[in-house]
Design a protein around this ligand. Structure first.
Ligand SMILES: Nc1nc2c(ncn2[C@@H]2O[C@H](COP(=O)(O)OP(=O)(O)O)[C@@H](O)[C@H]2O)c(=O)[nH]1
Ligand SMILES: [Mg+2]
Length: 423
């Protein structure tokens, strides 16, 4: 039997990835927790004789029997390699705790369920029918058996009437064997040493049917355990594949966006060379370099005009660059890099500086390949830390984290399998 901590590990690793499998994980633990012991439980409405039936089947007055609601929590008694589990009744009007305990007994702990319905109540009601339906569906997938017991048959004095009730229930539970039983008759027979009464109580036949079902428990458990593990394994593999696909798509999108950005910006730089050609090609001495004197303070000098020409040409390039950056969402600096001067918080200013007045600057920025590459690299750096790009990167990291969690969950399941294979 695998040690309990492997199930702690599995719950720790698998549950966050497959939260819908909480019950399956608990069941898997239960399946391995009581190796060698099979759990038999009762399901049915209260006062239908469930506790007493268990006592008769065990041959011991272990569980409390009463006309009022007696069984509340779950009571366990181990006898003959069986965990006999007495559960409260499933009734529409009961408090939530009882229902929770009853469900826990039926679904989480039991290997075999005795579905108990009192003959004096006549047919199964809607609630019982749907519960029985659910148990039969469960048996199809888990191979856990449910035995249908019509209890307290001594309470229906008229034999013909009893046949009618049994016939009706038989039609409601098509394909299931009916076990008619009377705990009272059984006890009278045992106490009085009356063999015939014991036989007629139906308890020995029910016990035989139960023993046969018990012999199939190890196989059923192996089947159920394998099925649970394989279902979770499949789901994890599917999850892994889906996340892998998502990751590929996100990485593809990331690369494609970047390519588009680089192309767009490259096109602006190419165009800048054309647009600046005229101002760059002005013949003769570069008047823009001619400094103004104090005398020139309010005059429109040739130097000033030339510098203005350069600046206007440069501004046009800036407008194009800014448009390209805007298309790609790289406008503002990240908040962490903001200065108090709002006008300085733009990617444009951060990369290009405030103004350009000289041809030499334009040449360096737009005509030298090295200068142009520097600018493109700087813009790209700001592009990568822009809000949308960061959000995309965060999404990719998140998917990475989810993939890692799925892989860890798969490893835990495989560790359990390895333990079982070694055993
Ligand atoms: N006549 C008769 N009474 C029974 C039989 N089984 C149980 N009872 C009585 O029905 C009442 C409820 O039984 P109990 O086992 O506590 O029902 P539970 O609530 O389903 O567990 C008690 O008074 C029992 O003595 C039976 O086979 N015949
Ligand atoms: Mg009871």
């Amino acid at each position: 039997m695998p040690p309990a901590d492997i199930f702690d590990r599995i719950e720790h690793d698998v549950l966050p990835v497959l939260p819908g499998r909480a019950h399956d994980l608990a069941r898997l633990r239960a399946l391995h927790a009581q190796a060698g012991l099979s759990t038999v439980t009762v399901i049915g409405k209260y006062n239908h004789g469930k506790s007493r039936l268990l006592n008769e089947l065990m041959g011991e007055d272990t569980f409390a029997v009463a006309d009022k609601r007696e069984t509340t929590g779950l009571n366990v008694h181990v006898k003959d390699s069986v965990r006999w589990l007495d559960a409260p009744g499933l009734d529409a009007d009961v408090g939530q705790d009882d229902d929770r305990f009853a469900r826990q007994a039926a679904w989480l702990q039991s290997d075999i369920r005795l579905f108990v319905h009192s003959a004096k109540e006549g047919e199964l009601d809607a609630q019982e029918r749907s519960l029985l339906q659910a148990l039969r569906a469960d048996a199809d997938s888990t191979r856990r058996q449910t035995l249908l017991v019509v209890s307290q048959v001594d309470q229906v004095a008229d034999g013909a009437q009893l046949q009618q009730v049994l016939g009706a229930i038989g039609r409601q539970a098509q394909g299931m064997a009916l076990n008619a039983a009377s705990s009272t008759r059984h006890r009278q027979g045992v106490d009085g040493g009356k063999k015939l009464l014991i036989e007629r109580s139906g308890i020995p036949a029910l016990r035989a049917a139960l023993d046969q079902a018990l012999r199939q428990v190890p196989q059923a458990r192996a089947h159920e355990s394998a099925q649970l593990k394989s279902a979770m394994h499949q789901e994890l593999l599917q999850r892994e594949a889906a996340l892998g696909k998502q990751n590929d798509e996100l990485l593809g999108l990331q690369a494609q966006q970047r390519r588009q950005f680089d192309q767009d910006l490259g096109a602006v730089f190419d165009k800048a060379r054309q647009d600046l050609a005229e101002v760059m090609a002005t013949p003769g001495p570069d008047l823009a370099l001619r400094p103004d004197t104090a005398h020139d303070k309010f005059r429109l000098t040739a130097g000033r005009m030339e510098r203005a020409r350069v600046q206007v040409a440069y501004s046009k390039v800036c407008i194009q660059l800014n448009a390209a950056l805007t298309r790609h969402g790289a406008i503002e600096l990240p908040t962490a890099q903001h200065t108090v001067a709002r006008s300085l918080n733009s990617v444009m200013v951060a990369v290009l500086g405030v103004s350009v007045k000289y041809r030499e600057d334009l040449r360096r920025m737009f005509y030298d390949d090295a200068g142009r590459e520097d600018l493109q690299r700087d813009f790209a750096r700001y592009y990568e830390i822009s809000a949308d790009r960061q959000a995309l990167a965060a999404r990719i990291a998140q998917v990475d984290g989810q993939r890692a969690a799925v892989r860890t969950a798969l490893q835990s399941l495989r560790a359990l399998q390895a333990l079982e294979d070694a055993a």
